[in-house]
Design a protein around this ligand. Structure first.
Ligand code: SF4
Length: 297
């Protein structure tokens, strides 16, 4: 069964009381990375990735079964092979080192992440003090700072206020950053006495659409299930947004986590999924919900 709907009520399509939020599931950047991984694996070469290709343990397990190897350091690679750069991107010095060691590179950096990297470098070279709204520990942000080492990373409005700023400043964002928080931070930037405050909204449209779709749906159902890896920042954000609507919200990775009690007296069920959640997992969770709903009838 496919998870049906894109926000429409699916009762007429045979799914019992399940609605799927607009924009749910794998974004084009993740789909592209998965396709490149599958192609590389099909070549028969050893394929490595620094960190999980996507933040979804079940999909990573599926790829591991095909020989995909997640590593923490290039030192773990004994011979030659392929290094796949994940959609978050990678620091240029690490890519150079991989080349020096004779590894073939397949670059699955999402084009929208590449755009932030390029912009940060251009702004830095043009004399701006570059500020990135994001999580300094996130691999995408670490890669951006690898390209533009002088960039400062901040993650909330208070951090912007605390910065000692002057001259020309440019604010960009991690692609999955909260649009509301970014707007607040842009406003806070203008509280400083600056020659120029340039704001570059680099938040990915797929992120905005997914967050809006989940929050809208949460306002019209009795319970929400947000599907995706617990290590997925964008899935965690969806869970927060849905819970903030006051609806009982469960973050699940697999269908087995959905319990009958979660559905009791909650006939209208909403489902949302993070950008790294493949369709086969969304389908499996919807099947589980549907089966439990049918048992209750
Ligand atoms: S969420 Fe957006 S920026 Fe991130 S990989 Fe997907 S399409 Fe690219």
């Amino acid at each position: 069964m496919s998870a049906m709907g894109s926000g429409a009520d699916n009762g007429s399509a045979g799914v019992v009381g399940i609605r799927v939020a607009e924009g749910s599931g794998v974004c084009f950047g993740v789909r592209r990375a998965l396709r490149l991984a599958e192609t590389a694996l099909a070549s028969g070469k050893a394929v490595y990735c620094l960190g999980p290709l996507i933040h979804n343990p079940q999909e990573m397990e599926r790829l591991a079964g095909k020989g995909f190897r997640v590593i923490e350091s290039l030192d773990e690679i004994a011979g030659v092979g392929v290094l796949l750069i994940r959609s978050h991107g990678l620091r240029p010095d690490v890519v150079a080192e991989a080349r020096r060691r004779g590894l073939a590179i397949i670059d699955a950096t999402c084009p929208l992440v590449r755009r932030v990297q390029t912009l940060a470098v251009q702004l830095q070279e043009a004399g701006y003090r570059v500020i990135v709204a994001g999580d300094a520990r996130h691999p995408e942000v670490r890669a951006i700072r690898g390209h533009a080492p002088a960039a400062v990373v901040v993650n909330d409005i208070e951090a912007v206020r605390r910065l000692d700023l002057s001259g020309r400043v440019a604010l960009a964002a991690q692609t999955t950053f909260s649009p509301e928080a970014f707007r607040e931070m842009a406003a806070a930037l203008r509280e400083h006495d600056l020659e120029e405050a340039r704001v570059e909204n680099t938040i990915c449209a797929a992120t905005v659409e997914r967050q809006r779709g989940a929050a809208d749906l949460a306002a019209h159902v009795d319970v929400m299930f947000v599907i995706g890896g617990r290590n997925s920042a964008n899935t965690n954000r969806l869970t927060e947004l849905c819970a903030a609507r006051g609806v009982p919200t469960y973050h699940v990775e697999v269908g087995e986590e959905v319990a009958e009690a979660m559905l009791r007296d909650r006939p209208r069920v909403g489902v949302a999924a993070g950008a790294s959640t493949p369709q086969w997992i969304i389908d499996a969770v919807c099947e589980r919900i549907k089966a439990l709903q049918c048992e209750r009838r």
